[in-house]
Design a protein around this ligand. Sequence first.
Ligand SMILES: C[C@H](O)[C@H](O)[C@@H](O)C(=O)CO
Ligand SMILES: [Mn+2]
Length: 418
Amino acid sequence: MNRIEQTFALARERYAECGVNADAALRRLAAIPLSIHAWQGDDVTGFENTGHTLTGGCQVTGNYPGRARNAGELRADLDVALKLIPGRHRVGLQGHQVDRMLPGVDRDGFTLEHFSGWLEWAKGKGIGLDLAPAFYSHPLLDHGFSLSHPDPGIRRFWIDHGRACRRIGAEFGRVLGTPAVCNFWAPDGFKDTPADRFGFRLRLRDALDACFEEPFAPELERDAVESKLFGIGTESCTVGSNDFYLLYAAQRHKMPCFDSGHFHPTESVADKLPAVFSLIDEVLLHISRGVHWDSDHVTVLNDELLSIAREAVAYGYQDKVHFALDYFDASINRVAAWVIGARDFQKALLVALLEPPAAREAEARWDFTARLAAQEEARSLPWGAVWEYFCLTNDVPAGLGFLDEIRIYEKQVLEVRK
Ligand SMILES: C[C@H](O)[C@H](O)[C@@H](O)C(=O)CO
Ligand SMILES: [Mn+2]
């Protein structure tokens, strides 16, 4: 046995002493796909080559060399990242990350032809694809409004873009054999105090209803709606607030999407999961990290990530949670950003899957002293040895070895992109 196998054998024994089957935890972790967000690789730019800047209240900072300039380069970068993230995952696309543009066709007329390269690539890799409409970075995001805009013509453009993405997503689902998650996030909102919070929400409601009018089998396509607390330039009011979308999702049988950067800094996304799952069957998580605001930092293994992962798996409904990454950092190697963030969330999931029963047993007998002691002692259990074994058995480097491969790719490919 090599060192990793030896330390895993000892860790397996230690966990068994705590009533945990480490092999079973590894099997459950391997069964959890993450949706790797393609937009970390192109700085949410898209490939329409229209020169649209990033709008919609998001911001990407940094200018690290090597941003993907087209779908082919983005797929090549994702190929490298996916080889360094243990397990089998999915890839999430934005509605403007097209393979090609067609003469006279704008986002409201996109079809599978605009994403055919992505479909062939995903089919070849045996992975699923998710597709989110891009309701931003376009001249028709007028005064910052899309689906809730007062002008019916502008609303129609964005509704048709949303409808087009769902159709393309359903095709992805049909060909790839796994439903595409189509996440609807509209940046609509107000920099300063609005005079009409209600009319915009009524229009958003009706526009979403129009987007979702065409039924698709759940085996092909799933709809999610993503709330947000504020954006840059929409500090005073977002039309798609959490109150709006939570009720919309419940009434219209859609998935609420909780983005961990979209709530007040002291608000717990982790606690929302068991609350929502008492009444809603399925959710989408956007795993991100806000530093002071929705800054979309690369996820790190902090208490918030650990608690989100724990609440997502603690009650056995993890197959009803769609785990998607959502952050964009252009100040570091973009491939490394995918790999570090994805591996970190997998570590958080593993810690949760390895959680001993002692804390829950103590709580069941109202012994909160033993509960706290058990929760804190669990922190020092040898989950790292189990993680390294997970990397080994999935043929990816444990420890920092993944960075060596990224550095080689950086030298050979990223640095020569000008
Ligand atoms: C690019 C995505 O649509 C975007 O990140 C959205 O999910 C979001 O979180 C906006 O703040
Ligand atoms: Mn998000």
